[in-house]
Design a protein around this ligand. Structure first.
Ligand code: S3P
Length: 211
């Protein structure tokens, strides 16, 4: 579980318009390709809904004591997926959290079935060009190491579309600011009835009289 510094908290809060409350007791799971904003928006969503934020790649790294890159190098993708499946399953029960998943997690049939049964999934979808722009340095993404990253991202998007499109919610983000993307995410959750905006606090009539 991540804890935010007061500075981070203020930074994330600045990207959220209004106050919200979760109407669902389920964990909200962000799925989608690398660079789609799962971690950045997940942290903001956690602040917006006053929930803990959990990142599956981080949990896998903690469990293995190795970086994602090293797990791929030593144990291969199969080992990584096995750890990922286990770490995600652990976080679907208990206190509801905001769970950001690695890009391939929702494409693993067992992981997808567990998420579908126990949580609410939101697919963050972007064009490959926008994904690459947000990823920046591709060194930490083993799947982008063997070839042209833009071509790989386009192919991955095509391959994974059938899995991602099974998510409960679909939010398309372009080269938007985090604030704009956050608005889209909160709107989608509100329209589906999973969260509700809190009313604006009543104006303080005493002090407005005095003004
Ligand atoms: C992967 C995405 C990565 C990480 C691993 C595999 C994928 O996570 O889980 O490199 O299969 O798309 P991010 O989506 O957080 O980059």
């Amino acid at each position: 579980m991540h804890t935010f510094t007061p500075e981070q908290f203020r930074e994330f809060q600045a990207d959220i318009d209004g106050d919200f409350i979760a109407k669902t007791k389920k964990t909200l799971v962000l799925v989608g390709l690398m660079g789609s904003g799962k971690t950045a928006l997940g942290k903001r969503l956690a602040v917006a809904l006053n929930r803990a934020f959990v990142d599956s790649d981080h949990l896998v790294e903690q469990e293995a004591g190795l970086s994602v890159r090293d797990i791929f190098d030593i144990g291969g993708e199969a080992k990584f997926r096995e750890l990922e499946r286990r770490m995600i399953a652990k976080n679907l029960t208990g206190n509801p959290v905001i769970l950001s998943t690695g890009g391939g997690a929702f494409c693993d049939p067992q992981t997808r079935a567990a998420i579908t049964k126990q949580a609410i999934s939101l697919w963050l979808d972007s064009a490959p060009e926008d994904l690459l722009e947000r990823i920046g340095n591709v060194a930490s993404r083993p799947l982008l190491a063997d070839g042209d990253p833009l071509t790989i991202l386009s192919e991955l998007r095509t391959q994974r579309l059938p899995a991602y499109s099974q998510a409960d919610l679909h939010v398309v983000t372009g080269p938007d600011s985090r604030r704009v993307s956050m608005k889209k995410v909160l709107c989608a959750l509100e329209e589906s009835g999973y969260i509700a905006p809190l009313p604006d606090p009543k104006p303080d009539t005493e002090s407005s009289h005095k003004a």
